[in-house]
Design a protein around this ligand. Structure first.
Ligand SMILES: NC(=O)C1=CN([C@@H]2O[C@H](COP(=O)(O)OP(=O)(O)OC[C@H]3O[C@@H](n4cnc5c(N)ncnc54)[C@H](O)[C@@H]3O)[C@@H](O)[C@H]2O)C=CC1
Ligand SMILES: O=C(CO)COP(=O)(O)O
Length: 356
């Protein structure tokens, strides 16, 4: 695989929600900063919204206060958006990625590298997003799933979209099985306010990003119940421990989980009122039903759908995840939210894994 050493000629971002729109701005700012001749195209499924964003250089629904770079191009047509794109960025929520990428797959260039921004696990299959990407593209193109897996990368880290859109300094991680591919992608999204590091641990990077959403739901529930900082720090720390156990069981590296895409993302998401997962948890903790919470949310809280899939994956691999299990019990309405506390940290003290 030999990506153009000057970086991609065209990058297309699929999904014009808060992260897709913000990341398109990062890419355009990065290209301007590097003086690179590069087209950055933001694709969204709704033609009217995309025309409005193109006219106003603003995505009013998702990042309202931000003026988008003049150089960004916009499209709601998959064929033209993907034509010539040597980097395709998937910024579509986890449970919709398979269907949407399936619709796009025949227009994806055979030499393209695919970068996943989503932090979720697919319900039903328990697949990570890079696995879904490889599987779907192999179904629709001449390349095998193994070949696409080498071209599928993930970007993850403490990356609350609104803060990045405001150009607040932020670091992130691009992971690909091939280091040169990760570095190629990282170079093209390095903006003055956005610093991507590289990693070859795709599994650990994805697991860190998606499980922290479940832990953030739990920390949000603690907030909604009015618990203080001891409770939240305990859940975050033990949450990182169970995330790490799962990542290691799947083949991830310990160091990834103590880095930006593990602890870094967990701290940002669990501490921030900007986090949709934290917000959804807080509403649950305050006594709203799951249906009421879902009605109140205008953006994606991935942890709600991913939590049962994470638990199933953990059980399949014999990994103990008591916090995830407790969150799933609340989401399924098996346990009322006021009975959550004893379940969070209440494992058998004689059991293995009782060291801090
Ligand atoms: N917003 C953030 O701060 C961050 C989000 N992420 C992850 O990025 C992913 C996307 O999240 P957001 O952009 O924040 O979500 P969002 O809720 O702001 O927007 C989702 C976007 O995807 C579109 N969409 C939904 N289903 C679709 C489909 N089938 N086809 C095409 N478009 C579809 C929606 O119309 C919307 O534009 C999630 O997995 C999230 O966990 C990761 C890091 C930061
Ligand atoms: O992933 C994120 C920050 O890194 C965004 O978290 P939320 O999806 O909970 O808003």
């Amino acid at each position: 695989m030999t990506p153009d050493p000057n970086g991609p000629r065209k990058v297309t971002v699929l999904g014009a929600g808060s992260w897709g729109t913000t990341f398109a701005k990062v890419l355009a700012d990065a290209a301007a900063d590097a003086g690179a001749q590069r087209t950055v195209c933001l694709w969204g499924r709704d033609p009217e919204s995309m025309q409005r964003i193109a006219r106003e250089h603003r995505n009013d629904r998702y990042v309202p206060e931000i003026e988008l770079p003049e150089t960004l191009e916009y499209s709601s047509d998959l064929r033209s958006a993907l034509a010539g794109a040597d980097l395709v960025v998937a910024a579509i929520p986890a449970q919709s990625l398979r269907a949407q990428l399936g619709a796009a797959a025949s227009y994806v260039e055979p030499e393209a590298v695919i970068l996943s921004l989503a932090k979720g696990l697919e319900s039903g299959t328990g697949l990570r997003m890079t696995q879904v990407i490889a599987q779907v593209l192999a179904e629709h193109t001449q390349r095998t799933a193994e070949e696409w897996a080498r071209r599928a990368c993930v970007l993850s880290g403490p990356n609350l979209a609104m803060e990045i859109a405001r150009e607040e300094p932020t670091a992130s991680v691009v992971a690909a099985t091939d280091h040169d591919t990760a570095a190629w992608v990282a170079r093209c999204c390095a903006a003055p306010y956005f610093r991507p590091y590289t990693n070859t641990d795709v599994i650990g990077t994805e697991i860190g990003g998606l499980v922290k959403n479940v832990i953030a739901l739990c920390v949000g529930i603690c907030d909604g119940r009015g618990y203080g900082d001891n409770s939240k720090a305990s859940v975050m720390t033990r949450g990182l421990a169970e995330t790490t156990r799962l990542a290691l069981a799947l083949g991830g590296d310990l160091t990834t989980l103590s880095g930006l895409s593990g602890m870094g993302d967990l701290v940002a998401t669990c501490s921030s009122s900007l986090s949709r997962n934290h917000t959804a948890g807080r509403l649950l903790g305050a006594g709203l039903s799951l249906e009421q919470v879902q009605d109140a949310m205008t953006q994606t809280a991935e942890g709600i759908k991913s939590a049962p899939a994470v638990l199933a994956l953990a059980r399949h691999h014999g990994v103990d995840m008591p916090i995830t299990e407790a969150v799933v019990s609340v989401l399924r309405n098996d346990v009322p939210v006021h009975e959550l506390a004893p379940r969070l940290l209440g494992r058998d003290l004689k059991s293995e894994g009782n060291s801090a």
